[in-house]
Design a protein. Structure first.
Lengths: 311, 311
């Protein structure tokens, strides 16, 4: 069984441009799906975050960044196919770019925004990583700036920390390392393919995080689910507890619940994506994948992806 | 530039066996090359480790593990092609396997042992990961047991922590997270392919770590190199400082130095692998790869690999 490598990865080789006054680099960040969470706020943004569990996916964000010297700091960010101002990325990059530089960033997202795929975190982190490569800063600088921007705009609390860990992850202590502590849930070799489906309209994370009742119920249910997951840290239990969380907090719409219950009949593990009107399901083979896709295609657009770099 | 995915990875799908009394799982760990290091000992093994920097490589270790109920704890480990008793793996697994279970582990190593590729850590960690999957334990349990065994036998101090981070890494604070703090050095897209060459006979890590003078000089040179790398955390600087370390500590043999100097003439970044009689070089394109291979093939066996899962 050991003879052939079960994973392969390689990178496209891109040469740096010849002109030394103009530098560019690329960054990638996986996407991140949250199964359940409990918000946690502190004055220090690096200690702010969430308890909870989630999974990193190969569908993520790609950034292409150019930096030039300029009279004053100037930050231009364009997210392909997204009209809104990319204020999270701009805020994060402001903390990285010196005053005499101009940065031009293009970000491409593999998944829609405000549907729980962590695209705000992934887009911002990918741009920060590319900038840090050029400016000879560290990975932790990119991580900190992306997390601080996410917390500032309430677009996410645990996505950047989850992305840091990779794979299926549990956030044991909120925040960014070294303050936050993140552990991985080990997955079996057939637990790496996920089917994703966007079912309803966009769900703004900040609208939920701004509602005290919703926050209260997330804290209660999220902490309980994390306790149960720590006692039995398996992928199946992660899905089971995520569904428990979706029901207990009342965040799942009628349609979301209906779709998940249909998937449970196949049976495959499935739950709601927090915070989005979306569903994710675990498929172990082609047959399951086909059946899940058949069920979900009547609800919305369906995509398959792999778990990103989990052990 | 964003249209096509620069990285791909997927896993082979392996189904669990039908018989529920018999469980098996697979584990993988990348290998790890240390560029420079400063040993650091504490009574607590989880706080013991090293300051330093290194890089994770796609050539690693694969484990296939079966667990059955038994009258008493029994641990059988077989490392393919290695005759010596795999005492590091056995020690690590003893901390994971309950008394009424028998474990049978087969480990395959992609690289030779005692040559600085972190094969002791990778082999042990891959087996621990596979066992943790079956016993529903967490990634951090695997990490802790593998690190403790490595420290116990002095086969490595920073490999497990380095593997945890992935990519090019800097160990800012020794030990395993959450005690140890590891940061990543961001690499450019063309800084992912490495050429490795084993030049001399095996170098037992514990022989160097058991020599007080050698330890003293590693501490002095290692801490200085880390300070310089933190000031400019780039891949090129990592190679430069690694070579400085190899020279200052006197660990590089005449032959190793000669090979590295020849590589610097190409020019490509290259240094000695700690602790092995081996050399690693960074190649950015086919032409450089061919020239590096041509130079090194007169010294020993040459392999190419990619950086493992670095951002």
């Amino acid at each position: 069984m050991c003879e052939e490598a079960p994973w392969y990865f390689w990178r496209r080789v891109i040469r740096m441009p010849e002109n030394p006054s103009f530098k560019d680099a690329h960054g990638f960040s996986p996407g991140h799906i949250t199964g359940f969470f409990a918000p946690f706020y502190r004055t220090d943004v690096l200690r702010t975050g969430s308890y909870g569990a989630g999974v990193c996916i190969a569908k993520g964000a790609w950034a292409e960044v150019e930096i030039e010297e300029a009279d004053q700091r100037q930050i231009c960010v364009k997210i392909e196919g997204v009209d809104a101002e990319p204020k999270v990325s701009i805020y994060a990059l402001q903390n990285l770019i010196p005053e005499n530089m101009r940065v031009n960033a293009r970000i491409k997202l593999d998944m829609p925004v405000s549907q729980g795929f962590g695209m705000s975190a992934a887009g911002t982190l990918s741009a920060c990583i590319a900038v840090c490569k050029i400016l000879k800063k560290r990975y932790s600088d990119a991580l900190r700036c992306a997390h601080a921007a996410e917390v500032h705009f309430r677009t996410g609390l645990g996505d950047v920390a989850g992305i840091y860990a990779g794979g299926y992850e549990m956030r044991i202590k909120p925040g960014i390392p070294p303050y936050g502590i993140i552990d991985r849930i080990l997955n079996l070799p057939d637990e790496t393919e996920l089917v994703l489906c966007v079912i309803g309209k966009e769900l703004e994370t900040k609208n939920v995080l701004g509602n005290p009742d919703a926050v209260e119920s997330c804290i209660k249910a999220g902490k309980k689910c994390l306790r149960k997951l720590r006692a039995e840290p398996t992928v199946r239990n992660f899905f089971k507890l995520s569904f428990e969380f979706a029901i207990e907090t009342g965040l799942a719409s009628r349609e979301i619940k209906e779709a998940i219950i249909e998937l449970h009949k196949i049976p495959v593990p499935a739950s709601m994506i927090m915070l989005g009107n979306s569903v994710f399901a675990l498929v172990r083979n082609r047959n399951e994948k086909k059946r899940v896709k058949d069920v979900l295609s009547s609800y919305g657009s369906v995509t398959a992806t792999h778990v990103w770099a989990g052990f």
